[in-house]
Design a protein around this ligand. Structure first.
Ligand SMILES: [Zn+2]
Length: 499
């Protein structure tokens, strides 16, 4: 049925899904390149040649210039999935656009895109809470005002934007009210462009988190203006399913060259760190010598390639259950991306809540430093052991950082277990995991991980804190330590002195 959203794979709070539209199915996460029907440097044919099956264009511009009359697919192609937005971005840029919400929505119902947006009021970067609140209220009101058109045209997927800007209480309010509007098939978070341009990724993470936490996960979630590859996988990890942006062409006009890690100015480059058809054919110098028009077009092609590569790499990471590791890798591409990553770490409970318990075949975790402690598998492990009640009055902790996992097969562990398990609960203590009950040391993910050969300060401290948390409510009358003095966790003896 049109509007159905089927989730195929999940990792963290991100997913690969299928949205069903009138012109076919589209797999998410997906990027909708913005096509400006008045500018011809990149046209729909170019997108199709690059392998895109979908794009977004502006219904306000189409209407104002009488560019489409009947079904928009007749103009652009029947096999394309077309999204139209409303002109809200033009409001953000130029102020009032002299068009009513109802007229724009009626027009969209007439040109019949697959996905459509009513005329919301973007909060943008307003710094007055009162003004920001007004944009939320008017947007909600406009969503109600055209509900009859939405209901009568359910073969179009209607998007309800969420506003509020960087005021998280307003984003929450907006999302909660939006969630009640059942006739809408998709949610979207507005206003991130300003944050993206200013590299305020950490705030963007918070906005997405608040918005996503207050709407159903059963509908696709769009991020307006999210065309920056370095931050896209972070948005996906929180549950963003689609993006749109004109960044590829805006950057190209400005001679900016996107990579998946950062943005360069063409003049800075001696070599292209890319092998797309453009970068394989030209050197930076050769591109600089072309006419402005040709250069823009080729840069735009390259930029689109990079955005698509990023989406594909993110999807592959979800498929492998390695999205967390992928984000760790991305984190070091830019200090702002690193900030986004740190913000994401504070949301470990949210990520854990939606991360699937079973992810196909069991894979080993790649653990690096204390940031790995935020991964759902470890959050779950710590919660599990912390809640486990003690079975004996005493505990024996074997520091196991020099043992091979699975620990129960280690001869020393085995002999300690058979000797003492009648009187004591027996654990192996290792970095990252804290305590592992010996009997469950073979189950996932306790025995399936790769860790660095050398473990450093912060991780040791945090592991000791975890151990304390795990022991706290068990009220053992005695805790003994084996092999701990010379282990990386030697300090355990002083934070939890054996009695
Ligand atoms: Zn390239």
């Amino acid at each position: 049925m049109i509007g159905d959203f089927e989730i195929k794979e999940e990792d963290l709070a991100g997913r690969i899904g299928i949205i069903e539209t009138r012109h076919g199915k589209i797999e998410t996460p997906v990027f909708f390149p913005v096509i400006n029907p008045l500018k011809t440097e990149i046209g729909v044919n170019d997108l199709v040649n690059l392998g895109f099956k979908n794009f977004i264009t502006n219904s306000f511009i189409l209407k104002k210039n009488s560019l489409a009359d009947g079904d928009i697919h007749q103009k652009f192609g029947d096999d394309l999935i077309i999204m139209t937005d409303s002109g809200a971005y033009q409001i953000l840029e130029y102020g009032d656009i002299n068009e009513t919400n109802r007229a724009i929505v009626e027009y969209q119902a007439k040109i019949r895109p697959d996905i459509a947006v009513f005329l919301d009021v973007p909060t943008g970067n307003k710094d007055s809470w009162d003004e920001a609140k007004k944009t939320v209220e008017i947007t909600l009101e406009r969503g109600r005002e055209i509900i009859d058109i939405v209901r009568n045209n359910q073969d179009i997927i209607w998007v309800h934007p969420i506003q509020g800007g960087t005021f998280l209480d307003l984003v929450e309010l907006s999302a909660k009210e939006t969630a009640k509007a059942n006739d809408y098939g998709m949610y979207a978070l507005g206003s991130p462009t300003v944050l993206m341009e200013k590299y305020r990724y950490s705030e963007l993470i918070e906005m997405i988190h608040v918005a996503k936490s207050n709407v159903s996960r059963g509908k696709p979630f769009h991020l307006f203006g999210g065309g920056t590859p370095q931050v896209m996988p972070f948005a996906v990890a929180l549950g963003v399913d689609s993006f749109d942006s004109a960044s590829y062409i805006i950057f190209a006009r400005d001679e900016r060259y996107l990579t998946r890690e950062r943005t360069y100015r063409l003049e800075e480059l001696d070599y292209f760190p890319c092998s797309c058809p453009v970068c394989s054919k030209y050197s930076p110098q050769e591109l600089r010598e072309l006419s402005k028009e040709d250069r823009e077009k080729l840069l735009a092609f390259h930029n689109l390639w990079k955005i698509r590569e990023e989406i594909n790499a993110t999807k592959q990471a979800i498929k492998e259950g390695r999205l967390f590791e992928y984000l760790q890798q991305k984190a070091f591409s830019h200090p702002s991306v690193y900030s986004a990553f740190r913000s994401l770490l504070t949301l470990s409970d949210y990520l854990e809540k939606y991360d699937p318990r079973v992810k196909g075949e069991v894979k080993g975790l790649f653990l690096f430093d204390s940031s790995s402690l935020a991964r759902p598998e470890l959050v779950r492990h710590v919660n599990y052991v912390s809640k486990l009640s003690s079975r004996r009055n005493e505990a024996i902790i074997i520091c196991g950082d020099r043992l091979k996992s699975p620990f129960f097969t280690d001869s020393k562990v085995k002999s300690i277990y058979s000797k003492y398990s009648k009187n004591a609960d027996i654990y192996v203590a290792i970095p990252f995991y804290g305590l592992i009950p010996v009997l469950s040391s073979e189950s996932f993910p306790m025995a399936q991980f790769e860790a660095p050969a050398h473990i450093h300060g912060e991780l040791i401290e945090e592991t000791l804190t975890l151990i304390k948390k795990m022991l706290d409510n068990k009220k053992y009358s005695k805790v003994s330590f084996i092999e701990c003095e010379s282990s990386v966790l030697s300090h355990i003896v002083s934070i939890y002195p054996s009695s």
